[in-house]
Design a protein around this ligand. Structure first.
Ligand code: DGP
Length: 141
């Protein structure tokens, strides 16, 4: 299990900092976000330190998604939101501020005014196809 002594979420995993825990298993932990965007806003993290989606092992992120799903379902049962966003940000340009991979679980309500900072605009299908081909060529087995 990788541990970064300077990482705030590693300190939470180690019990050196408090959190409002929702769930844990051998590989993951879920707890409430201290800056909730909506009531019920929670985070799911791997216990082993990995900075972001690029650094994390497949198994560890799969376990974290499983926990995020569990929490999303519990939030739906408990709070009856109209929907839930699962959000993962990797890199400062994507809005990541804590560099230990995490999924936000954000209960949503119609008209709650939350925006993730983009306005949908129909894409150019040729350009979408061109970029898809670039990414497809780099998909690893
Ligand atoms: P991001 O910007 O995607 O890296 O999200 C980091 C989130 O972590 C942000 O919503 C606030 C939350 N957060 C930061 N420090 C702490 C902490 O010490 N405890 C808890 N529970 N949440 C934290």
């Amino acid at each position: 299990m990788s541990h970064d002594p300077n990482c705030i979420f590693c300190k939470i995993v180690a019990g050196a900092l408090p959190c409002t825990k929702l769930y844990e298993d051998a590989a993951t932990l879920a707890f409430m976000d201290i800056n909730p965007l909506n009531p019920g806003h929670a985070l799911a993290i791997p216990k082993s330190h990995a900075k972001d989606v690029f650094a994390i092992e497949e198994e560890a992120i799969a376990a974290t998604v499983k926990t995020a799903r569990k929490v999303a379902r519990a939030a739906r049962a408990a709070l009856s939101p109209a929907g839930v966003n699962l959000l993962q940000s990797s890199g400062p340009a994507a809005g990541q501020s804590v560099f230990h991979l995490h999924f936000h679980i954000i209960p949503r309500h119609t008209g709650d005014g939350l925006r993730f900072n983009w306005t949908p605009v129909p894409g150019d299908m040729a350009e979408i196809g061109r970029v898809a081909a670039l990414i497809r060529a780099k998909i690893e087995a």
